[in-house]
Design a protein around this ligand. Structure first.
Ligand code: ADE
Ligand code: ZN
Length: 331
């Protein structure tokens, strides 16, 4: 199965660029920016990557991104991720970044976006990997803070395919951001929200009915509500599930509990993604392999996941179909 996974064209739809900051690069960037970090080695840092829930991870994730200061840092981060995608035969990526994690530290919005955009552009030139950039709002902050970052983003909106909502889910339901997301929709941006990772099925319901999202990130707990499952299916909404992330953050206690198989069997447009691969131990192919093994998936399931990754993307219909045709011809 691993050769089949490796050779299939795939798209990644749920990846936080800051979560692809590998400890080696983190150390290198910290050194050149003369930033001290409370770990003496790469190994010691990696040892700290043990989490019992989402918040424990987020605390380390925000600490890690503090080393990113210059345009070059964001360029190097992006370049390393795209190179890693090429190795996994990932052909298209739609990536999140968290501007508020940087502007709150005094880094200019422009510094962040310029570094990422040029990293994606050069990555496409080197590997032919296309991309969409998704600006993600931090849900533990206020809606007013979100509007402020949207104001700063104004000159760059043409660079973004959509907006997202991430960070601490519990206590911060989608409805908290309904005016902000309406404004983003009016600006022509696609809408995606993390929902149902730790939060209840009701948060997924809100994302659908109150926000009108185009895609749901995670969505695991939607399975607890059969009516909601029917509606997600009716709207053909893509769910971007992250198997190794779910295991690392104790969203599931064993890979056999991953919702991927149940979602496939329910006819939902589920995809497999890496979320924060530097922290959760694997990129795209490792995530595919983990569900293939943990859920005894068939090669038809794997093919369907690869097809869903393109049909669930924000690519145009013609490009989606050309990838789907390529996968269908693949043996
Ligand atoms: N930010 C980065 N990764 C995240 C995740 N899995 N859930 C919520 N916020 C995040
Ligand atoms: Zn995520």
């Amino acid at each position: 199965m691993n050769e089949r996974i490796a050779s299939l064209p795939k798209a990644e739809l749920h990846l936080h660029l800051e979560g692809s900051l590998e400890p080696e690069l983190l150390f290198r960037i910290a050194q050149r920016n003369d930033i001290s970090i409370p770990f003496s080695s790469v190994d010691e840092l990696r040892q700290a990557y043990r989490f019992s829930n989402l918040q424990e991870f987020l605390d380390i994730y925000y600490q890690g991104m503090n080393v990113l200061q210059t345009e070059q840092d964001f360029y190097d981060l992006t370049t390393a991720y795209v190179d890693r995608c090429a190795a996994d035969n990932v052909r298209h990526v739609e990536v999140f970044f968290d501007p508020q994690g940087h502007t709150a530290r005094g880094i200019a919005f422009e510094t962040v976006v310029k570094g990422i955009v040029s990293g994606l552009k050069d990555g496409e030139a080197r590997h032919g990997i296309s991309s969409g950039l998704i600006m993600s709002f931090l849900r533990h902050l206020s809606e007013a803070d979100g509007f402020e970052v949207l104001r700063q983003a104004e000159p760059w909106l043409g660079q973004f395919v959509g907006v997202g909502l991430d960070s601490s889910e519990l206590g911060h339901p989608p409805i908290k951001f309904s005016r902000l997301f309406t404004e983003c929709r009016n600006q022509g941006l696609k809408l995606s929200m993390h929902a149902g990772e730790e939060g209840p099925a009701d948060y997924v319901r809100e994302a659908l009915y109150e926000i009108g999202v185009d895609r749901i990130d995670h969505g695991n707990r939607a399975l607890e509500d059969p009516e909601l499952v029917d509606e997600i299916k009716r709207r053909n909404l893509c769910l971007t599930v992250c198997p190794l992330s779910n295991l690392a953050l104790k969203v599931v206690s064993h890979m056999s509990e991953s919702p991927v198989h149940r979602m496939l069997e329910a006819g939902l447009a589920v995809t497999v993604n890496s979320d924060d691969p530097a922290y959760f131990g694997g990129y795209m192919n490792a995530n595919y392999q983990a569900v293939a093994d943990g859920l005894s998936l068939t090669s038809a399931h794997i093919r369907q996941l690869a097809i869903n990754s393109f049909t669930g993307s924000f690519l145009d219909d013609e490009t989606k179909m050309s990838f789907v045709n390529e996968i269908e011809k693949h043996d």
